[in-house]
Design a protein around this ligand. Structure first.
Ligand SMILES: [Fe+2]
Ligand SMILES: [Fe+2]
Length: 294
């Protein structure tokens, strides 16, 4: 099946890009040995990137009390992980947002940010080591949909119309229509953009968490966050109410096994704990959405 995804990819000349500097900054931010000076120098070598860091650090989302006008201060104020998250998210949005789609992009972003925020919350609940990473991969988990939607627009639109009001998921329908899925094409895109391998693995396996090899706990977090959002959060045309299937059960078992904190005994009560937290989260999601998208 991966062959079909690669074939689709090969035939496209105007693939969305993110600047090479972004991958460099992400790698440097992930490295233990980097200092704020190293990273500030690299960010400053790209004026667009530097301006973006300053703009976002001064946005209401990060609530700094006084204006921050140097990249190094922004790094110290936000921390490396938040800067990594912010840079990748904003370029990701920019790279994909102008692509015409057969579905509503606002709905897509709302789903993406919701899965990001819920992934971070689940990451907290299970004591995951890097909750900012959980947030980031949550946001980018469905990038393959934007690719398929744009480059196979007519067929993808027909597919969505064909499955609306049915119990079919887009994932199942994609196999039938394209012989591949948004997970597989998402992997191709993530590799093309030089995303770190755990990110690629989550994108590839968020519907098949039992196959995850890099970071099974992270993949399970995103699988459950995705399920929660599709079943509990109204998300317009991309929403499909469902009951937990095999992949959610498998993600739940992994979560229980690998959690660093005690968690609810059953998936149902775990999801209902999440629902209780959702009201607070939805305010945060709206805020991020407004800064990033509008
Ligand atoms: Fe997905
Ligand atoms: Fe999703």
């Amino acid at each position: 099946m991966m062959i079909n995804a690669r074939k689709l990819f090969r035939d496209i000349s105007d693939l969305p890009t993110i600047p090479a500097i972004v991958s460099k900054v992400i790698t440097l931010l992930d490295s233990q040995e980097s200092t704020p000076d190293d990273i500030a120098d690299l960010i400053l070598s790209d004026q667009v990137l530097a301006a973006r860091v300053i703009r976002v650090v001064n946005s209401p989302l990060y609530r700094s009390s006084s204006e921050i006008n140097s990249v190094k201060r922004a790094l110290l104020y936000l921390g490396f992980k938040s800067v990594r998250e912010m840079i990748l998210t904003s370029y990701f949005i920019e790279g994909l947002n102008q692509k015409e789609q057969p579905f509503d992009m606002k709905t897509f972003w709302m789903h993406s940010f919701s899965v990001g925020a819920i992934s971070r919350r689940i990451g907290n609940m299970v004591g995951y080591v890097d909750i900012e990473k959980a947030y980031l991969v949550g946001i980018i988990h469905d990038i393959g949909k934007v690719f398929l939607g744009h480059y196979c627009r007519e067929q993808y639109g027909q597919m969505l119309a064909g499955i609306s009001n049915t119990s079919y998921t887009t994932y199942e329908a994609e196999y039938e229509y394209f012989g591949t899925t948004h997970s597989e094409v998402g992997l191709c895109l993530a590799q093309r953009w030089n995303f770190p391998s755990p990110y690629c693995d989550v994108i590839f396996h968020h519907h098949t968490p039992e196959m995850a090899t890099e970071d099974p706990l992270l993949t399970s977090i995103v699988t459950l966050a995705d399920f929660f959002c599709l079943s509990h959060v109204a998300a317009g045309t991309l929403a499909q109410a469902s009951i937990p299937g095999q992949s959610e059960e498998c993600a739940w078992n992994t979560l229980k096994q690998l959690s660093n904190k005690p968690i609810a005994s059953g998936l149902e009560s775990f999801l209902s704990d999440l629902s209780d937290a959702y009201e607070d989260l939805s305010r945060e999601i709206d805020q991020i959405f407004n800064i990033m998208i509008t």
